[in-house]
Design a protein around this ligand. Structure first.
Ligand code: MG
Length: 390
């Protein structure tokens, strides 16, 4: 077990949003490993996994958005510890003196992101939709308050670590690595026939269904380009993507003098999660050592024709404002339709492109305005999906 800097654990409550997901469960594992108590766990539904987590953390507050028919059962077991409704999540995110790990999937993560930042908390962000959908609002929150935003996404954690001690103006380019997903090297014809089961089988990272499909289309990388833009303030022509199937180099930063830094190691989300929680300290924990002799790595340019989602991300990013919220909403609907067997794999970017084409990007006025844009884009995406149904 590692040692926390003196007084550190007493100052920060750890709030885990999306506790039953891949990031949430690994966050709880990291917290246990470094001996950090967990103040709150939050999840969308009243699942067995959540109940089990709640019982293993007898002091934690438990927030559930929608308990459905299990409210009485959960109340009987958890009593006063149980908090219900969407508001309970934003309230948890606003707990004073907290580190909030946002591992929620989808645009629903934006409201708690803003709540955490407006409460001057440290937000350890895995919910990339917060920045893809609500980048301008997140920047505004950071500008107005004293909240702190640190990335959990492995590529962004790498860039963040490479940037430490450097000056922003000295960076010439960041290069995000992408595993390429399960269909690396496939052509358009082969991609037409991809099934949901194939798309859910990711070679290096184990993740939830939406992000697995987004990794297979490269939309996830498109989101990460936008995420990098908002996190670090680089223009889109300074953000590149390179395919690196082994996921050993988590990203590069190139400087004005030609020096290139990279963060390297075995792919393991517990590392960026732990660093986001403990920064600026690095706590000694058990890990599998990295062996450069054993490591084999290759790099290639992405196939932008077979995977048009990447370009759609750059285009939406350059349009800015509400455009990337529309990108996210349309993609979420298209992925759902694909997983439901209603549209094909290559229809996903088609749906997104059509919805984006009809949208006129503008500055979002606030969370409510953005949610209206999101709802409109979803409705449009459903129409497009229905027209493509086979
Ligand atoms: Mg990533």
């Amino acid at each position: 077990m590692g040692h926390l800097p003196l007084g550190w654990s007493a100052l920060k409550h750890l709030i885990v949003l999306g506790a039953t997901g891949s990031i949430g469960r690994q966050t709880i594992e990291v917290a246990r490993r470094i001996g950090l108590p967990i103040h709150t766990i939050a999840a969308r539904s009243a699942s067995d996994v959540l109940l089990e987590l709640a019982m293993s953390l007898p002091d934690a507050r438990v927030c559930v958005v929608d308990p459905a028919d299990r409210q009485d059962e959960f109340r009987a077991v958890l009593g006063e510890r149980l908090h219900l409704g969407k508001g309970s999540i934003t309230e948890a995110a606003a707990t004073p003196d907290s580190t909030v790990v946002n591992g929620i999937v989808g645009a629903e993560g934006l409201a708690p992101t803003l709540a955490a930042l407006y409460a001057d908390n440290r937000l350890a962000l895995a919910n990339k939709e917060s920045l893809v959908a609500g980048g301008p609002l997140v920047l505004q929150a950071l500008h107005e308050r004293d909240g702190e935003l640190v990335p959990i996404d492995s590529e962004h954690s790498a860039i963040w670590q490479c940037l430490q001690g450097e000056r922003h103006g000295d960076v010439s380019r960041v290069i995000l690595t992408a595993s390429g997903g399960p269909f690396l090297g496939w052509n358009v014809d082969e991609l037409e026939a991809v099934t949901p089961a194939q798309a859910l089988d990711h070679p290096t990272w184990s993740m939830g269904p939406r992000i697995s499909v987004d990794s297979a289309t490269l939309m996830n990388k498109a989101f990460e380009v936008i995420e990098a833009h908002y996190l670090f303030g680089f223009t889109y022509d300074r953000i590149d993507v390179v395919i690196h199937p082994q996921s050993l180099v988590h990203s590069f930063v190139e400087f004005a003098d030609g020096v290139v830094k990279a963060e390297v190691g075995r792919p393991d989300m517990r590392k960026p999660i732990q660093y986001a929680i403990t920064t600026p300290s690095r706590l000694g924990t058990e890990f599998q050592p990295f062996d450069p002799v054993e490591a084999e790595w290759t790099f290639a340019y992405p196939d932008r024709e077979a995977f048009p989602s990447l370009e759609l991300g750059y285009a939406a990013g350059r349009s800015g404002g509400t455009a990337t919220a529309v990108l996210n909403a349309a993609d979420e609907v298209a992925v759902e339709s694909f997983l439901g067997g209603r549209i094909g794999f290559t229809d996903i970017p088609r749906v997104v492109e059509r919805v984006l084409d009809r949208h006129e990007a503008r500055r979002p006025l606030g969370l409510e305005d953005l949610m209206a844009v999101d709802a409109e884009a979803r409705a449009h995406a459903r129409e497009v999906c229905a027209s493509l149904e086979r």
